[in-house]
Design a protein around this ligand. Structure first.
Ligand code: SF4
Ligand code: SF4
Length: 203
């Protein structure tokens, strides 16, 4: 798996959830399908009057979530760039050509009220729930950065084995100290709660 494949898979899903934060700090989420994918970036269309557009311009951030038919969760957290002028028209026309239904929504020159945003710097999380153990990995595009998540075992570990026995995904290997295979970890926290010497910490 890699970032380009994740973008391709998001394209196959088609309609994705886009999350922003409004001016009151409340989460806002909506479905968007007016999206064009390049190998290492994506472009999407909305309308100038929508709160979505306002929130994107204010925060310059978005989180996008898709679930494939194979139970693969793909989450992209990125910076958005508002495009203007000829570049905006170019990508708007690409999106409208790829998705003809948009011409019904914004016929003729009414599409001029649109706003085009680009994402080229992002973190992409891939999380496959259809295999055992589960598989997860993170990638970046552009200057995106990977946010450490989950848990790790410190040198305080006394090798009692309790975490390994209780892990729902058998994602812990014995050793000194014991070791969590990050690519197989659910981030459920069961090992942290059950460790008798608090040797497991958040990453
Ligand atoms: S439960 Fe804690 S002390 Fe026991 S093996 Fe796991 S990390 Fe080490
Ligand atoms: S967080 Fe959950 S899945 Fe991950 S190692 Fe601990 S118990 Fe296993």
């Amino acid at each position: 798996m890699d970032a380009a494949t994740c973008l391709k898979k998001l394209g196959y899903v088609g309609t994705l959830a886009f999350a922003t934060v409004d001016e009151s700090g409340n989460p806002q989420v909506r479905n968007v399908s007016a999206i064009h994918y390049e190998e290492d970036s994506l472009y999407f269309y909305t309308a100038q009057g929508k709160n979505f557009c306002k929130e994107l311009k204010a925060t310059k951030k978005v989180q996008i979530l898709g679930l494939t038919m194979y139970k693969e969760m793909i989450r992209l957290s990125g910076d958005v760039i508002y495009l203007e002028g000829e570049e905006s028209i170019k990508w708007r026309d690409v999106i409208f050509n790829e998705q003809p239904y948009l011409e019904n929504v914004y016929p003729g020159d009414t599409k001029d009220i649109g706003a085009i945003f680009m994402i080229k710097d992002a973190e992409i999380e891939y999380f496959n729930l259809s295999v055992y153990p589960i598989f997860r990995e993170s990638y970046t595009i552009g200057d995106g950065r990977i946010t450490p998540k989950g848990f790790e075992i410190t040198d305080s570990c006394i090798s009692c084995g309790k975490c390994k026995q209780g892990c729902p995904q058998k994602a812990i290997d014995a050793g000194t100290p014991y070791h969590i295979r990050q690519e197989n970890c659910l981030h459920c926290g069961r090992c942290e709660v059950n460790c008798p010497v608090q040797a497991i910490i958040k990453r």
